[in-house]
Design a protein around this ligand. Structure first.
Ligand SMILES: Cc1cc2nc3c(=O)[nH]c(=O)nc-3n(C[C@H](O)[C@H](O)[C@H](O)COP(=O)(O)OP(=O)(O)OC[C@H]3O[C@@H](n4cnc5c(N)ncnc54)[C@H](O)[C@@H]3O)c2cc1C
Length: 391
């Protein structure tokens, strides 16, 4: 029986664990957190990832848990709605599934067959490849033997660090902006809606999930890697959003109290290949496209699906590199437009942006800059033909 160790139990790790276990592999999952992480922000399943979700039986349940946002309004400094887009005119197509990351992870985890070994609160300490397998030592102590080891452990992957050569330029490329996400009370009383305030160098999004008690707030701002220290991070964000008007001072108060504040760099992981002998990387660990594409979760699902097929079938990991290369490149390229233009450069550009958004539903060709970015993202999401295997 093929023995596989997966490091990381989020979207990629759970999806791969399910696929391998269903194909008769012996699977062990090591996760640093004490349990499956709840909450998070909205992520998307679209394009090829939607097909993977259909094939693996996840799509129907994911649809039941989808966020129920019906549209987005752009507001000015006084909260006046200056442009509104109904669902279908943004990057999200009505056929796509938008779901909270925690809900998707929980759903994937629930679908993993019994018999998989879970090691929470643990991590891989070292690994050594030899002719027939990989010898792994764990933080909790003890050495174990596996046929394959897979890093599904996110953008700062430990498995990448242990098994892949150190390149002259780091694998992680910061794209010049960061995102802070947290939950706040729904003091604006919005229902099934998203409000966006777009300012020079900064964007604020407030979005309902299912229900209207709380909202998810995302603050997107230009800058270098966020400081590690929580207090320093909050200070930086407060400085960036000072003088933004509207409800921003109140949001910043909520941010200070938020137990789920999550600050992440908008960064890509760029690698020439995602396999090294019997070790492979999936999801953000190997090819994070950055949060600006809305594609990271989908790519994690697609990569987990393909690698699961390959390990259970031929075991030739180089096939994984070959099959995924173009899909990853196209999606990472699609992130570069939003990385450069995530926020308007000045007040005039902000006003122009709102004007173009207001006109978008009435433009037959929708041939404006912002619309071109959206079209590119959608095209990238579909840029792979899956092999015929059906689980
Ligand atoms: C602010 C923000 C907004 C985003 N918005 C979207 C969006 O709208 N749409 C979309 O599709 N994607 C979005 N993304 C990207 C998406 O969240 C990721 O692409 C996706 O979660 C990748 O899944 P993953 O399983 O590869 O990695 P992750 O979700 O990062 O999970 C990695 C797992 O590995 C664990 N781990 C880490 N280190 C170790 C270790 N040493 N040992 C053991 N376990 C370890 C972690 O605890 C975690 O459980 C966004 C990301 C951010 C930060």
């Amino acid at each position: 029986m093929t023995k596989v160790l997966i490091s990381g139990a989020s979207i990629a790790g759970n999806a791969l664990a399910a696929g391998l276990a269903r194909r008769g592999c012996s699977v062990t999952v090591v996760e640093r957190a004490p349990a499956i992480r709840p909450g998070g922000y909205a992520v998307d399943i679209r394009g090829v990832a939607l097909e993977v979700a259909e094939r693996t039986g996840v799509a129907a349940q994911a649809r039941e848990l989808r966020t129920d946002t019906e549209g987005t309004s752009f507001v000015d400094a006084n909260g006046r709605r200056v442009a509104t887009l109904p669902l279908g005119f943004g990057v999200l197509d009505p056929a796509d599934i938008e779901i909270m990351k925690g809900d998707l992870t929980r759903l994937l985890h629930a679908g993993v067959p019994a018999g998989v070994e879970w090691m929470f609160g643990n991590t891989v300490e070292s690994l050594e490849q030899h002719g027939g397998g990989v010898r792994v030592t764990l933080q909790s102590g003890g050495a174990r033997e596996f046929d394959y080891v897979v890093g599904a452990d996110g953008i700062h992957s430990r498995i990448r660090e242990l098994a892949f050569p150190k390149p002259p330029q780091p694998y992680v490329h910061h794209l010049g902006s960061n995102s802070a996400v947290f939950t706040a009370p729904n003091e604006l009383g919005i229902e099934r809606w998203q409000l966006v305030r777009s300012m020079p160098g900064r964007v604020i999004s407030i979005k309902t999930d299912r229900g209207s008690e709380t909202v998810k707030v995302t603050l997107l701002y230009g800058g270098s890697m966020p400081p590690r220290d929580r207090a320093a991070r909050m200070r930086e964000i407060e400085q960036k959003f000072a003088g933004s008007g509207w409800v921003v001072p109140r949001l910043l108060e909520h941010m200070r109290q938020a137990p789920d504040l999550y600050v992440a760099p908008n960064a890509q992981v760029r690698m020439p290949g995602w396999t090294a002998g019997r070790v492979a990387l999936i999801g953000d660990a190997g090819y994070a496209p950055s949060s600006l594409t809305g594609q990271g979760s989908g790519m994690a699902l697609v990569g987990a699906y393909l690698l699961g097929l390959i390990i259970a079938d031929s075991g030739d990991l180089r096939e994984y590199d070959r099959q995924l290369r173009e899909f990853v490149d196209v999606n990472q390229r699609a992130a570069m437009g939003p990385a450069r233009g995530f926020a308007p450069k000045n007040e005039l550009a902000a006003r122009m942006q709102n004007l173009s958004i207001r006109m978008m539903p009435y433009m037959p060709g929708r041939n404006l800059v912002i619309s071109a970015m959206m079209r590119e993202a959608r095209r990238a999401a579909g840029a792979l033909t899956l092999p015929v295997a059906i689980l």
